[in-house]
Design a protein around this ligand. Structure first.
Ligand code: ADP
Length: 468
């Protein structure tokens, strides 16, 4: 059963219950009041009759004849219950008195006795009261009036209440059904939108809601917020899936090149008649270099895959001077004709993973050496930077073309200057991943033909005194 029908049935049932209670209470109250009124009138009449000793009827002349108002019937019984006399309007009819009434009146237990009795013409209200005229034997005076008028009025009231309650229930059901539909329409729209999104995977859809910000309004808002987040997450997943696919395609391509070279060289080595000794040495040298390049590539890919998966880095205060010192001394071996100097005055520390930072600095120094011709100058400096610490590697090398600058941190990107040789195009991508995993940044400034500056910025850390 739908919520709409359930809600409508619920408040229709409540309304029916309320109307029934109201109608029954009204009916009982009105019939009681009318009966009390008649009873009081009869008691009054009986008192008058007993006071005057006579029974008078108010008679009105009407065009149709004389009518007594109200039509009151009078009868006198002996204390034994025998009818002693009655008013002419009773004809052959005798006003009844129940045994219980007679008993109570006779014993004096009740001062008066009223009972409603049914006759062929409708109900009669009979009021009986004992009397004692001086010098006469005691008797029971009975005064009665027809309740037909009152019963007719009550019948009309019952009809009005029943029909009114029925009509009110039908109207309330109809209005309730409409209102429930109106209130639940946004929920239907949410359901419809959710179904459409599920079918078409269109997360740009939103629920159109312009009503008040009640429970349903906040449901619509929450649903739309959830859709916005879902859309962003879906886009992110899509992008990262595309990036992964690109990465796998690029990696396969990069691995195929050295493998193809190695296969060609192996074919040369197996040639019959064999190649000259001089060529053989050159071919073997080539194979060894390609294998070396493949190892570097695979190591780089592995590292990138691990940083992508959230490489667990252990950040701690790392003193800058000893680290720069160590890295530069290591790089000196490769410098080969380039001057390498570093600033060994700084005494700051950064919050970083020591091994990861060392690897980044080695990548930057390796590049600086690779892209700086002999006789060039390479300098490593460190300085405070906006409350953090900046470590820069300057070179006076070939510099980077402004068009290439936005791409140099991309995976497998290699500038013209490094198309050939052992370069993998992964160095700066790895450096960027490692630095970002340490909540740092890496930037570059370069001028073609004049040199480049790569700057790593990391959070500053305070060192316990004497710990360097
Ligand atoms: P690789 O050096 O293996 O090509 P990298 O990711 O380290 O890969 O560098 C990407 C590209 O950025 C290089 O191919 C090169 O064109 C450019 N590059 C990096 N460092 C420098 C530098 N210090 N001077 C000039 N160009 C550089």
């Amino acid at each position: 059963m739908s919520i709409r029908l359930r809600l409508t049935l619920l408040y229709s049932t409540i309304l029916v219950f309320t109307l029934v209670v109201f109608s029954v209470t009204t009916y009982i109250t009105v019939s009681r009041i009318l009966l009390d009124f008649q009873q009081n009138a009869l008691a009054e009449e009986a008192t008058q009759i007993l006071a005057q000793g006579v029974f008078t009827l108010t008679v009105i002349e009407t065009p149709r004849g004389r009518i007594a108002v109200p039509e009151t019937y009078v009868q006198v019984r002996t204390l034994d219950g025998e009818v002693a006399g009655k008013s002419p309007n009773l004809g052959s009819f005798t006003l009844p008195l129940s045994d219980e009434g007679l008993q109570r009146l006779r014993s004096g237990e009740a001062k008066a006795w009223t009972e409603a009795v049914s006759t062929g013409d409708g109900r009669l209200l009979v009021y009986s009261k004992p009397f004692q005229f001086p010098g006469q034997s005691a008797g029971i005076l009975q005064v009665a009036r027809s309740l037909a008028e009152q019963d007719r009025a009550l019948g009309a009231l019952k009809w009005a209440l029943t029909v009114g309650a029925g009509l009110a229930t039908i109207a309330a059901f109809g209005i309730g059904w409409g209102l429930a539909g109106l209130s639940l329409r946004p929920i239907n729209r949410i359901t419809q939108t959710a179904q459409e999104i599920g079918a078409r995977r269109d997360f740009s859809r939103r629920v159109q809601y312009s009503g008040p910000s009640d429970e349903i309004g906040s449901l619509a808002t929450t649903f739309n917020t959830m859709l916005t987040e879902l859309q962003a997450a879906y886009r992110q997943v899509e992008q990262s899936l595309q990036a992964q696919q690109r990465f796998v395609a690029d990696a396969s391509h990069e691995l195929r090149t050295p493998l193809t070279t190695i296969r060609g060289n192996v074919a040369l080595l197996r040639r019959d008649p064999p190649i000259s000794e001089e060529d053989r040495v050159a071919v073997l040298q080539d194979v060894a270099e390609e294998i070396e390049r493949m190892i570097r590539l695979v190591n780089g890919l592995l590292l990138l895959a691990r940083t992508d998966a959230g490489l667990p880095l252990r950040t701690e205060p790392v003193p800058v001077r000893p680290l720069v010192d160590e890295v530069c001394r290591q790089a000196l071996v490769l410098a080969d004709g380039r001057a390498l100097s570093w600033d060994d005055q700084t005494s700051t520390a950064v919050l970083a993973d020591r091994d990861a930072l060392k690897q980044v600095l080695l990548i930057l120094l390796d590049n600086a050496i690779k892209y700086t011709p002999e006789g060039g100058q390479i300098t490593v400096t460190s300085a405070p930077h906006d409350g953090q610490v900046a470590i820069s590697v300057h070179d006076t090398g070939v510099g980077i073309d402004p068009a290439a600058l936005p791409h140099i941190f991309e995976r497998f990107y290699r500038g013209d200057s490094s198309r050939s040789g052992q370069n993998t195009g992964l160095g700066l991508a790895i450096a960027k991943s490692l630095i970002e995993a340490q909540k740092g940044t890496i930037t570059v400034q370069s001028e073609l033909g004049r040199g480049s500056v790569f700057t790593v910025v990391l959070p500053r850390a305070s060192l316990p005194p004497g710990s360097e």
